[in-house]
Design a protein around this ligand. Structure first.
Ligand SMILES: Cc1ncc(COP(=O)(O)O)c(C=O)c1O
Length: 400
């Protein structure tokens, strides 16, 4: 049944939305140098996948992360795919991977006809639980089939707990691929994210801490892996004057134009991390005292880049659930997002093996990613905080 006041409310909201600035979750933030470098690349006519900016971007990433070799690619997904190829993953193999992640981490396993097995997070890091990993590797041994690799994700910019994960993987001689797509600039015991497995993967997708519009990088101390990844990423051409191919290749190399943008972005990495951390700190101070609100814990072993600030909302204590808060923000033209839906809950991965699963399910049900873009103003932040507070029962009752 239609009620006229509905259309009036809607009209009021729409007018307000036209007036209020849209705040996005994590939009790109260009600092200025990108344009200069991009035009330089353009004017030099090096606009394809070969060029000085690609080489320089790889070198500068190596310096930032502390790794020896890097291959600039079209996406983080491409980097993950090549990483699995380097380790010889093929049809029929199993690959263990973090359950709480973006789908790309698990999708690439299936590109090779292999099977993902999902390992739940623990409460203290929200990253892969080393104990569950250990149990699963024991079980794999008993079944007589060890996985070919483990993909460990550094979720929302915080490194997983690599010491126990590495110890158990070394025991079974299983290589680790570090999916650091979200974690550029984060550290684990003073080692930079990306350097904690045999290979590391970064994404420069538009919502990441630095962006090339779309792009990714595979890094490793192992030169052979990176040389081979470069070879496969440029259609695996044999060294011949004509087009000859002895291997299946891919069109995965980053263009010189986009590498130029990446270089401009990378110059400000530390500033961007500091800003994201300051935003996180602001949210903690402004919302941390509300009943039923918890923040993603920052583990003492490292420093998160705070790519996204994530809160957990306990509806009983707070007086509203995650979805109600998300809709309240959306009505005021502010984008927020539920946390990643765990892989074992995804229709496409129904029936795949999962170890645990309760932690990631609970995080998904209650977790909300707040806008964390480095360009946000204090006014934007105050708006967000006030809307979240207005959803809280104690706030409505005047108790705060
Ligand atoms: C954890 C994780 N892995 C992989 C990817 C894939 O990266 P890309 O979008 O660059 O392919 C992303 C993000 O997009 C991600 O968040």
């Amino acid at each position: 049944m239609f009620r006229p006041e509905w259309s009036r409310t809607l009209a009021r909201k729409m007018t307000r939305n036209l007036r209020t600035k849209r705040v996005y979750l994590s939009p790109p933030h260009l600092d200025g140098r990108e344009r200069k470098l991009l035009l330089q690349a353009f004017d030099s006519n090096w606009i394809t996948t070969l060029g000085p900016h690609v080489d320089a971007f790889e070198k500068e990433m190596c310096e930032k992360v502390g790794v020896k070799n890097a291959a600039a690619l079209v996406s983080g997904t491409a980097a993950l795919h090549l990483a699995l190829l380097m380790l010889g993953v093929r049809a029929g193999d199993e690959v263990l991977c973090s359950d709480l992640t973006f789908a790309a981490t698990a999708n690439v396993i299936t590109y090779l006809g292999a099977t993902p097995v999902f390992i739940d997070s623990n409460q203290s890091t929200w990253n892969m639980d080393p104990e569950l990993l250990s149990k699963e590797l024991d079980a794999c041994t008993h079944r007589g089939k060890l996985p070919k690799a483990v993909i460990v994700v550094d979720i929302y910019g915080q490194c997983a707990d690599y010491d126990p994960i590495t110890e158990v993987c070394e025991k079974y001689q299983i290589p680790i691929i570090e999916d650091a797509a979200e974690a550029l600039g984060a550290t684990y015991k003073k080692t930079y994210a990306g350097k904690l497995g045999v290979m590391g993967v970064f994404s420069f997708n538009g919502n990441k801490i630095i962006t090339t519009s779309g792009g990714g990088m595979l890094v490793s101390d192992n030169e052979e892996y990176i040389n081979r990844a470069r070879f496969l990423s440029t259609q695996a051409r044999d060294p011949a004057p004509h087009y000859q191919h002895s291997h299946i290749g891919y069109n995965y190399r980053l263009s010189n134009l986009l590498a130029a943008v990446g270089r401009g972005q990378l110059e400000w990495l530390e500033k961007k991390v500091a800003r994201r951390r300051a935003i996180n700190e602001f949210y903690r101070k402004a919302l941390g005292m509300l009943p039923g609100i918890k923040f993603m814990p920052e583990s003492p072993y490292g420093k998160s880049n705070c790519w996204l600030t994530v809160i957990l909302i306990n509806p009983g204590e707070f007086g509203a659930g995650r979805e109600k808060v998300r809709v309240a923000l959306e009505q005021e033209n502010i984008e927020s997002r539920p946390m990643w839906k765990p892989m074992h809950m995804q229709p496409v991965f129904r029936g795949y093996r999962v170890c645990g699963g309760e932690v990631s399910e609970d995080l998904f049900e209650h977790g909300l990613c707040l806008p964390s873009g480095t360009q946000m103003t204090q006014e934007d932040l105050n708006r967000i905080v006030n809307i979240v507070k207005s959803c809280c029962r104690a706030f409505e009752g005047g108790a705060l």
